[in-house]
Structure formats: structure tokens, C-alpha cells
Design a protein around this ligand. Structure first.
Ligand code: ADP
Ligand code: MG
Length: 389
């Protein structure tokens, strides 16, 4: 993180609140492989990004929390002895939800002034929401002189987002923001929360291409429909395999044996999830061996499965993947996030990354008339304190 960014946010805090302060950071994340597997307790492989939210905290003697967002140029005040119990559809729901979730865990603190400033693009699937939540959590936990294991902090943030903000997000986002490791992806088992950092050295860059397309069915309706489709599949499968709790518990052969028991589209939704869990584990094995070519092949297979089995891609994103795969040094490309638009994630040899960005931007513009936003990022460490520059 640039020293100038740290000192300018610290200066902003002093200007807003007139006090010196402690700084913290929490990154956004991208999911390299493992889409729609977290909700059935499967495997995912995110990496924390070097795009992050900074939080700055200085103590107060009373019980007021003043929270200023540099992104929204707005300040809110909360009485910590009388916390709101519901979201109001405002950015402050996110930081307040974390204070609420911490209090539910019995973690209380005195008042404070806080500045938040993020460079994770908001609402683009790179989890600015987890990054702001975790940035608040680590700052407040330190202020409350409470130490928690990082996966615990992630759970507090997930509860905040699910139960206070009201978004049905999984554990992956706050987990990656808390537990990211520089130059590594994280293999996460969403059932046990055990995780393993896997090397993604500096020779490879993670490039994120935003298609700038949000399809009308990306509003959650289609997403929820997919969930209910694979839940329908699970009910059918449980009649055959009573011990199965989620799709995580069966393999492709067991699923194939039940193909006749369900409509084709339900079978394909389930097939995506079951085969995706296998691909994540194979991708992990590839990274352990430093085999980026194999890793890239699995990314592309994962994309095709999202497109054909889960049916959650779209024309523009498919074009981005095709164009990416034509570029020198591109190991793999796939849609990332919930689907129906949004971003692709690409694994590219670092030496070719600048040319990749330029060419994909140009070719995508020529094919679609759309100007893509492209972020070149390197996997980073998870949240923590930041020394003032
Ligand atoms: P994503 O997580 O994909 O970026 P979400 O819709 O889940 O998108 O979360 C975005 C929301 O998080 C924003 O609309 C805002 O309410 C909140 N948020 C994120 N970063 C900040 C910030 N720096 N300041 C204030 N609110 C933020
Ligand atoms: Mg989010």
C-alpha cells in the first residue's frame, strides 16, 4: 500500500476529528475458483487483493461513535449504549452492523471517531462490503483490547452482513479479507473453515476485468432461483443418499446415478456444484506444484460450467473470457462472483500483464462498444494494523 495513501487518510482523519490515531486496513477479494460452492459447504479459493479499505480510529471519552466515510463524504453518529437494531439502507449499515455484531458477542468499547476510506470498487463483486466490515472489526477489537482468531472475526462480519444488513452472503468474503496471505491464494473448506495458503508468486498477476454489464436478472431473483433449484436437487438426492447433508457430500458418480430422478436443468445445477468442488481441489493440487497451465485449464472448465450448467454467465462476460484466452501469457480466465454480468478473473504471467490489460480493453471495446474497467492486482495479506507513514 502506498505510503502517500496512508498519510493522506491519516491527515483526513486529523482534519475531520482533530486527533492523531491508529490505522488499520482490510482488503477486498477475488475468487479464483469455486463458484456457488460456499452455500453448500464446499470449497472456494479466493485471494485478498491489494485494493483495500483503511480505517482510522481515535478514542473518545463518551459513548458516541462518529464514523466518517471519505468515499461518501458523510459522517454518521451512533450512540453505543442504544444501538439501532435494523438496517436503514445506508452505507453506514455496514460499519454499524459490525458494532452490533461485536456487542452481541459481548464485546463493548467506549466511544470513538473513525474515518473509513476504500479503493475497492464499490458494488463490483470485489467485496468492498467485507473489506469495510473487517476494517471496522479489527480497529474496534484493538480498541476494546480484545484478541480473536481471524476466522472468528470473519464470522462476526458474516453475521453482521447476514443478520443486520440483510444480505445473504457467505463466509468466503470476510474470511479472505481477514486471512489473506501475500503472494498466495487461500483454499478454504467452507464447512470446517480450515484453510491452506497456496503459493501464487510474483511471476503471476491476477487481472480482474469488469464487463460493466449488470443484467436485469442479476438483482438477486435469478440468483435465488438457482439456489432453490439446487436445493430441489438436494431433496431428490437425499431420498437416495439419506446421509448426505449438502452437495459437498457426494461425488460425480453418485450424482450421475441419480440423473433420471430429476429434470435435466436441476441435474445440471447440481452437476456444476459437485464438479466445481472437484475442480477446486484439483486447482489446489496444481498450485502446490506451481503448475499454472493446469490451474488455468481448470479455470476455463469452471467458466464453461458456470455458462452451460449453472447458466449464470452472459454474452459480454463470455466474450471477455474468449478474448483473454487469446492473449500471450494468459493461463486461464473465468467469470467470478454471483454471475449474470460482473467481472472475470484472469491469471496472467506478470511480464505479459500490461499488454494483456491493453489488448483486452481494446478488443472488448471493438467487439461490444463497452469500455471495461480492468484492475491488475497482486494477492495480499489480510487485515491488520498499518504503521503510519
Ligand atoms: P461489493 O461487496 O461487491 O462491493 P456490496 O453491495 O456487497 O458490493 O457492498 C457495497 C456497499 O458497502 C456500499 O454500497 C456501501 O454501503 C458499503 N461500503 C463499501 N465501502 C465503503 C466505504 N469505503 N465507505 C462507506 N461504505 C462503504
Ligand atoms: Mg459484498
Amino acid at each position: 500500500m502506498s505510503d502517500s495513501r496512508v498519510s493522506s487518510v491519516a491527515a483526513m482523519h486529523r482534519k475531520q476529528f482533530g486527533a492523531g490515531a491508529q490505522l488499520y486496513q482490510a482488503p477486498g477479494r477475488v475468487n479464483l475458483i469455486g463458484e456457488h460452492t460456499d452455500t453448500s459447504e464446499g470449497y472456494v479459493m479466493p485471494a485478498a487483493l491489494d485494493l483495500r479499505t483503511l480505517s482510522v480510529l481515535s478514542p473518545r471519552a463518551d459513548l458516541t461513535a462518529n464514523i466518517y466515510s471519505a468515499n461518501f463524504h458523510q459522517q454518521v453518529s451512533v450512540d453505543l449504549s442504544q444501538m439501532p437494531s435494523a438496517a436503514r439502507g445506508h452505507w453506514s449499515d455496514y460499519p454499524v452492523s459490525v458494532l452490533w455484531s461485536l456487542q452481541r458477542r459481548g464485546i463493548h468499547c467506549r466511544g470513538f471517531d473513525m474515518t473509513l476510506a476504500g479503493n475497492v470498487p464499490i458494488g463490483s463483486g470485489l467485496s468492498s462490503s467485507a473489506s469495510i466490515e473487517v476494517a471496522v472489526a479489527v480497529a474496534v477489537l484493538d480498541y476494546a483490547q480484545t484478541t480473536l482468531a481471524k476466522p472468528e472475526i470473519a464470522k462476526i462480519c458474516q453475521i453482521a452482513e447476514n443478520q443486520f444488513v440483510g444480505a445473504q452472503s457467505g463466509i468466503m468474503d470476510p474470511f479472505a479479507s481477514c486471512c489473506g496471505v501475500k503472494d498466495h491464494a487461500i483454499l478454504l473448506d467452507c464447512r470446517s473453515l480450515q484453510y491452506e495458503p497456496l503459493p501464487l508468486p510474483e511471476q503471476v498477476a491476477v487481472v480482474i476485468c469488469n464487463s460493466m454489464v449488470k443484467h436485469s436478472h442479476s438483482d438477486g431473483r435469478e440468483y435465488n432461483q438457482r439456489r432453490s433449484e439446487f436445493e430441489e436437487g438436494m431433496r431428490t438426492l437425499r431420498s437416495r443418499y439419506p446421509k448426505m447433508q449438502t452437495l459437498r457430500d457426494i461425488g460425480e458418480q453418485e450424482l450421475s446415478d441419480c440423473a433420471e430422478l430429476m429434470p435435466d436443468h436441476i441435474f445440471r445445477r447440481c452437476w456444476h456444484v459437485v464438479s466445481e468442488n472437484r475442480r477446486v481441489l484439483q486447482a489446489a493440487a496444481a498450485l502446490r506444484e506451481g503448475d499454472f497451465v493446469r490451474f488455468g485449464e481448470l479455470m476455463v472448465q469452471a467458466h464453461y460450467s458456470m455458462r452451460d450448467n449453472y447458466e449464470a454467465s452472459c454474452v459480454e462476460v463470455d466474450i471477455l473470457v474468449e478474448l483473454a484466452m487469446l492473449q500471450t501469457g494468459c493461463f486461464g480466465a473465468r467469470i467470478t462472483g454471483g454471475g449474470f454480468g460482473g467481472c472475470t478473473v484472469n491469471l496472467v504471467a506478470s511480464k505479459n500483464a500490461d499488454a494483456f490489460v491493453e489488448n483486452v480493453r481494446r478488443d472488448y471495446r471493438e467487439k461490444t462498444g463497452i469500455e471495461a474497467e480492468i484492475y491488475l492486482s497482486y494477492p495480499s495479506d489480510g487485515a491488520g494494523p498499518v504503521p503510519e507513514a
